[in-house]
Design a protein around this ligand. Structure first.
Ligand code: ZN
Length: 180
Protein backbone atom coordinates (compact mmCIF):
# COMPACT_ATOMS: atom_id res chain seq x y z
CA UNK A 1 0.00 0.00 0.00
CA UNK A 2 1.24 3.45 -0.86
CA UNK A 3 2.53 5.63 1.97
CA UNK A 4 -0.23 8.19 1.39
CA UNK A 5 -2.93 5.55 1.87
CA UNK A 6 -1.38 4.29 5.10
CA UNK A 7 -1.15 7.86 6.32
CA UNK A 8 -4.85 8.50 5.59
CA UNK A 9 -5.90 5.30 7.40
CA UNK A 10 -3.91 6.28 10.49
CA UNK A 11 -5.35 9.81 10.34
CA UNK A 12 -8.86 8.35 10.19
CA UNK A 13 -8.13 6.13 13.18
CA UNK A 14 -6.92 9.11 15.17
CA UNK A 15 -9.88 11.23 14.04
CA UNK A 16 -12.37 8.50 15.05
CA UNK A 17 -10.72 8.03 18.45
CA UNK A 18 -11.02 11.77 19.04
CA UNK A 19 -14.63 12.06 17.81
CA UNK A 20 -15.81 9.16 20.00
CA UNK A 21 -13.46 9.75 22.93
CA UNK A 22 -16.22 10.34 25.48
CA UNK A 23 -18.33 7.34 24.40
CA UNK A 24 -18.59 3.76 25.51
CA UNK A 25 -20.53 0.89 23.96
CA UNK A 26 -23.82 0.11 25.64
CA UNK A 27 -22.79 -3.52 26.29
CA UNK A 28 -22.34 -4.80 29.84
CA UNK A 29 -18.55 -4.46 29.61
CA UNK A 30 -18.83 -0.79 28.54
CA UNK A 31 -16.05 -1.11 25.97
CA UNK A 32 -14.56 2.09 24.57
CA UNK A 33 -16.46 3.04 21.40
CA UNK A 34 -13.32 2.88 19.26
CA UNK A 35 -13.29 -0.92 19.70
CA UNK A 36 -16.45 -1.10 17.60
CA UNK A 37 -14.88 1.04 14.87
CA UNK A 38 -11.65 -0.95 14.73
CA UNK A 39 -13.62 -4.21 14.54
CA UNK A 40 -15.71 -2.95 11.62
CA UNK A 41 -12.57 -1.64 9.89
CA UNK A 42 -10.84 -4.99 10.39
CA UNK A 43 -13.85 -6.82 8.93
CA UNK A 44 -14.05 -4.68 5.77
CA UNK A 45 -10.26 -4.88 5.38
CA UNK A 46 -10.37 -8.68 5.49
CA UNK A 47 -13.44 -8.80 3.26
CA UNK A 48 -11.59 -6.85 0.55
CA UNK A 49 -8.13 -8.37 1.01
CA UNK A 50 -6.77 -5.06 2.29
CA UNK A 51 -7.21 -3.54 -1.17
CA UNK A 52 -9.76 -0.83 -0.46
CA UNK A 53 -8.28 1.93 1.68
CA UNK A 54 -11.32 4.21 1.18
CA UNK A 55 -13.59 1.52 2.58
CA UNK A 56 -11.30 0.96 5.59
CA UNK A 57 -11.28 4.71 6.28
CA UNK A 58 -15.08 4.87 5.88
CA UNK A 59 -15.45 2.00 8.35
CA UNK A 60 -13.36 3.85 10.94
CA UNK A 61 -15.53 6.93 10.44
CA UNK A 62 -18.90 5.25 9.85
CA UNK A 63 -20.57 6.43 13.06
CA UNK A 64 -18.98 9.85 13.17
CA UNK A 65 -21.95 11.81 11.77
CA UNK A 66 -24.42 9.99 13.98
CA UNK A 67 -23.08 9.07 17.39
CA UNK A 68 -20.51 11.60 18.47
CA UNK A 69 -20.37 14.65 20.63
CA UNK A 70 -17.70 16.61 18.74
CA UNK A 71 -20.11 17.98 16.10
CA UNK A 72 -18.30 16.48 13.15
CA UNK A 73 -19.98 17.48 9.90
CA UNK A 74 -20.13 16.07 6.38
CA UNK A 75 -18.07 19.04 5.20
CA UNK A 76 -15.34 18.23 7.73
CA UNK A 77 -15.17 14.71 6.33
CA UNK A 78 -14.91 16.04 2.76
CA UNK A 79 -12.14 18.41 3.81
CA UNK A 80 -10.15 15.79 5.71
CA UNK A 81 -10.82 12.56 3.82
CA UNK A 82 -12.33 13.53 0.45
CA UNK A 83 -15.69 13.17 -1.27
CA UNK A 84 -15.71 9.41 -1.71
CA UNK A 85 -15.22 8.66 1.99
CA UNK A 86 -17.65 11.40 3.08
CA UNK A 87 -20.32 10.00 0.75
CA UNK A 88 -19.91 6.40 1.95
CA UNK A 89 -20.19 7.59 5.56
CA UNK A 90 -23.28 9.63 4.70
CA UNK A 91 -24.86 6.62 2.98
CA UNK A 92 -24.65 4.54 6.15
CA UNK A 93 -25.76 7.36 8.47
CA UNK A 94 -29.33 7.43 9.78
CA UNK A 95 -31.40 10.60 9.61
CA UNK A 96 -31.02 11.59 13.25
CA UNK A 97 -34.10 13.83 13.06
CA UNK A 98 -36.27 10.70 12.86
CA UNK A 99 -37.49 8.71 15.87
CA UNK A 100 -35.59 5.49 16.61
CA UNK A 101 -38.23 3.09 15.22
CA UNK A 102 -38.44 5.04 11.97
CA UNK A 103 -34.65 5.12 11.67
CA UNK A 104 -34.58 1.35 11.96
CA UNK A 105 -37.32 0.95 9.37
CA UNK A 106 -35.52 3.29 6.95
CA UNK A 107 -32.36 1.17 7.19
CA UNK A 108 -34.34 -1.78 5.82
CA UNK A 109 -35.86 0.41 3.07
CA UNK A 110 -32.53 1.99 2.05
CA UNK A 111 -30.34 -1.13 2.18
CA UNK A 112 -30.96 -2.37 -1.40
CA UNK A 113 -30.16 1.11 -2.78
CA UNK A 114 -26.76 1.51 -1.09
CA UNK A 115 -23.54 1.48 -3.11
CA UNK A 116 -21.48 -1.73 -3.13
CA UNK A 117 -19.00 -0.32 -0.59
CA UNK A 118 -21.76 0.94 1.71
CA UNK A 119 -23.38 -2.51 1.61
CA UNK A 120 -20.14 -4.24 2.66
CA UNK A 121 -19.75 -1.68 5.44
CA UNK A 122 -23.37 -2.11 6.56
CA UNK A 123 -23.00 -5.91 6.76
CA UNK A 124 -19.73 -5.55 8.71
CA UNK A 125 -21.37 -3.08 11.11
CA UNK A 126 -24.27 -5.44 11.76
CA UNK A 127 -21.90 -8.42 12.18
CA UNK A 128 -19.94 -6.42 14.78
CA UNK A 129 -23.13 -5.49 16.59
CA UNK A 130 -24.31 -9.12 16.72
CA UNK A 131 -20.96 -10.08 18.19
CA UNK A 132 -21.30 -7.37 20.83
CA UNK A 133 -24.73 -8.66 21.81
CA UNK A 134 -23.43 -12.22 21.98
CA UNK A 135 -20.26 -11.34 23.93
CA UNK A 136 -21.35 -8.40 26.06
CA UNK A 137 -25.08 -7.72 25.89
CA UNK A 138 -26.53 -4.53 27.35
CA UNK A 139 -27.52 -5.42 30.90
CA UNK A 140 -31.12 -4.26 30.52
CA UNK A 141 -31.82 -6.20 27.30
CA UNK A 142 -34.28 -9.09 27.55
CA UNK A 143 -33.94 -12.20 25.39
CA UNK A 144 -36.87 -10.90 23.34
CA UNK A 145 -35.09 -7.62 22.67
CA UNK A 146 -31.95 -9.47 21.53
CA UNK A 147 -34.08 -11.70 19.30
CA UNK A 148 -35.72 -8.60 17.83
CA UNK A 149 -32.35 -6.96 17.13
CA UNK A 150 -31.03 -10.09 15.39
CA UNK A 151 -34.18 -10.31 13.24
CA UNK A 152 -33.94 -6.63 12.27
CA UNK A 153 -30.21 -6.90 11.47
CA UNK A 154 -30.97 -9.92 9.25
CA UNK A 155 -33.58 -7.86 7.40
CA UNK A 156 -31.15 -4.98 6.77
CA UNK A 157 -28.44 -7.39 5.62
CA UNK A 158 -30.89 -9.18 3.30
CA UNK A 159 -31.07 -5.93 1.33
CA UNK A 160 -27.25 -5.74 1.12
CA UNK A 161 -26.46 -9.27 -0.10
CA UNK A 162 -24.57 -10.20 -3.25
CA UNK A 163 -21.61 -7.87 -2.70
CA UNK A 164 -19.08 -9.91 -0.74
CA UNK A 165 -19.36 -13.61 0.13
CA UNK A 166 -16.82 -13.46 2.97
CA UNK A 167 -18.52 -10.73 5.01
CA UNK A 168 -21.93 -12.30 4.39
CA UNK A 169 -20.61 -15.60 5.77
CA UNK A 170 -19.23 -13.86 8.87
CA UNK A 171 -22.61 -12.24 9.44
CA UNK A 172 -24.50 -15.51 8.90
CA UNK A 173 -22.29 -17.38 11.34
CA UNK A 174 -22.92 -14.80 14.07
CA UNK A 175 -26.61 -14.71 13.24
CA UNK A 176 -26.79 -18.49 13.74
CA UNK A 177 -25.31 -18.11 17.25
CA UNK A 178 -28.21 -15.95 18.38
CA UNK A 179 -30.39 -18.63 19.92
CA UNK A 180 -32.37 -16.50 22.32
ZN1 ZN B 1 -21.49 1.07 13.90
Amino acid sequence: MKAKKVLQIVRALDFAAWAHSTQRRKGGAGEPYINHLTEVARLVAQATGGNDDKLIISALLHDVLEDQSMHVTYDMLVENFGNKVANIVREVTDDIALPQAERKRMQVVHAPHLSRRAKILKIADKAANLNSILESPPKDWSEARKREYFAWAAEVVAGCRGVNAWIEAVFDERLSLGQF
